[in-house]
Unconditional design. Structure first.
Lengths: 301, 301, 301
């Protein structure tokens, strides 16, 4: 099984005897996704949709989530990375997690891996551009495409939405502002697992989902190298003072209520509890470390 | 007034002098509804939509709710029963409340009452198939229609979404797997009201809504039989140590802040407080019993 | 810069060298927005969408928010006013914040400022009709357009949704019921800032958003008159025992964690904290007063 996020967009069209053409969605009904920390109590998200539909009535607007914790750029970067590849090529992904709204940060519009992204240049695109080079990158500066009059507090409405709508109408990306080079796209300092000795891998918890599953930064490739090295060794994962033996294939590999480690849908190691809540079980938090050690099968004890 | 859920889908097209043809929605823009316990914090719902739209760009995806309490199959079954009949015939209803993901439970795809349903075979379709016989039922086993590579933790993305999208493209239901008989669809043990004596009906609270209204399992048919039996008798409802006299026609039949019993929009008895919150008022919980007794008008006292 | 809400719908189509016709959205894919206090836990919102799509499969349904605090008509009125102008002319806005459901309150359908509105006549349209005269107003009484059988507890499903869907099909607004005059539309008693002396403006906090920003009732026009009166005077805002000097242009005009006053995206004064939460900072609540005073520059101390 090839890892999902190896720089290639996964093939969403099954092979075999079912045949159909890919619909020309970029023309018929372009997709615009929204990823914000606006929450769902206020009118903010609805207003962005109104602006988009006023410019392009055919846009198909899809919510990724609006419940990113306030100003949590890192969380938004992870969610974006885990969602955009499942949309059709040519989709436009709008990210408004933007603590610097109205300040000096740039808004950027990039094309990367066949998708478009509009986001503040604050690192939220780190995991998109790390995995592929941005083919095109522009600072969004052309006021021609902004809402007038423009506020300094709601660029989601006044800049992001109308620029996305214009892009979906076929306006060329180069019209939105001045060209940037790929290095101009700000990258977050992403934690990667370390390997202080041959038999020890150290990672950390980077996110917790709705079910209480603990997402770590240990990816499948790193794990496979670590595991394969000695062939047939068993791993033990230590987290919050407890030990989990081996990596399971699915939640029900252990009895109900028992913790397990599993490579989840994002292809990173997750700590879960079968039909339970791992965050509550371990009293865990984002940033907490975990270690994976190898026990050689031939060792005594 | 005929009860809404008597095995017939309600007529959504008003009679009278307004005439229009039913649009061929199953072809033009097929509806796919989503009902999950995924919450709205993560990318999970957005990713399912991306997969669907990558296969069928014309799908019209409608959220029922994603806030089913984690793994609460019974609640999902009630919500599904109360929502699907209001969608056009031919709609595809995807239910992912699936504590057994990656384990041995089947995923089923059925046609019933003119609608399609894709769900884990864990009882969540109980209230759909109880009210009508499934015309067609299949275990979803044909990997041709799954996302590749497939995870063991997110079948919503890897199986439910692509199968729903293919179904909406016109792929025949029989292609998704092996045929099942209607008895193979798992039923929940649904609590029904009991009638220990001629003048006493015992039910229970099965759900609480956003407004704090307490939904019971006493349906309109059962109530009518109970009420009509002696003609002209009055009922008293006892719940959490309090008594409510009679069944009201609407919330404002009692003063503000006063509790009442009313047959709600789902045609089940609900305990409410006019402009208030019955759950808080009664300190009630799901599973709690209530009784309805008949007072004969001719009795002394 | 002209204020956004001066009785004119803002121009959403940028001027300059980009030219495109406004799409005939009222015919191709009419927009129906939903604004309710239903929450997102139950099936209520999904059911309304099912009813609409059963009548008009081409309707483009957009959520404004469903998280209006239960029965908070005033909050809904503010959210409606801040959102509807950003949708295309001809859009249909459905508001179901309706504590009087099933009682004697009317449901009204009005045309105002090029948009349609369907709402209970409980004041929720106050800020729409205050800013423009309703061109047309009708009490929704024609049962021909209601769902049959009709409940007394869920008019969102049984009246609001089917009436909106029929309106979006091109049914003339006059067919839904008896004509009303503009004075029949109920207005809320909206608090306006007062000016007890030439150098003092008194307002109040009317709403708090997801970020903890405190929305006040001091609008840009009132502020400009107050500020301009003496030319070059400085203002000081007193709120919850603290003083804020001047009105900033954007959040980052002050250091992180410092409070500021800013005219937000709704063109009302907001009290915020740069990258913080003003509600928590000030321990503020809706209804709390604030004052703005003018300090003359030439005064000694």
């Amino acid at each position: 099984m090839a890892p999902l996020f190896s720089g290639e967009v996964p093939a969403l069209f099954v092979a075999g005897d079912v045949q159909y053409r890919k619909l020309p969605v970029t023309i018929a009904q372009p997709i615009i996704t929204l990823l914000t920390d606006f929450g769902l109590e206020d009118e903010y998200v609805g207003v962005m949709k109104g602006v988009i539909l006023s410019i392009n009535a055919r846009a198909n607007i899809v919510d990724i989530t609006h419940n990113i914790a306030r100003h949590r750029i890192r969380q938004a970067a992870l969610v974006l990375k885990s969602s955009f590849p499942f949309f059709p090529q040519g989709s436009i992904h709008v990210v408004v997690v933007d603590p610097g709204v109205g300040g000096r940060r740039d808004i950027v519009c990039i094309k990367c891996r066949g998708h478009y992204f509009i986001a503040p240049n604050n690192g939220v695109l780190s995991l998109v551009v790390l995995e592929g080079h941005a083919d095109k990158a522009f600072a969004v500066t052309n006021g021609l495409f902004f809402l007038e009059p423009m506020s300094n507090t709601f660029h989601g409405r006044d800049i992001f939405a109308p620029v996305a709508a214009h892009l979906s109408m076929g306006i060329d990306i180069s019209r939105f502002g001045r060209p940037l080079s790929p290095e101009d796209i700000r990258k977050l300092d992403i934690s990667v697992p370390s390997c202080p000795s041959r038999d020890r891998l150290e990672g950390e918890i980077v996110s917790v989902d709705h079910f209480g599953n603990l997402l770590t930064n240990i990816d499948l490739d790193t794990f496979r190298k670590f595991e394969a090295d000695e062939g047939g060794a068993d791993v033990v994962i230590s987290v919050a003072g407890e030990q989990i033996r081996g990596v399971s294939g699915s939640y029900d590999a252990v009895p109900e209520g028992v913790p397990l480690a599993v490579f989840g849908s994002r292809n990173f190691l997750e700590i879960s509890v079968n039909q339970g809540d791992a965050m509550a079980y371990f009293n865990a938090r984002v940033g907490q470390g975990l270690t994976m050690t190898r026990k050689r099968r031939h060792e005594s004890r």
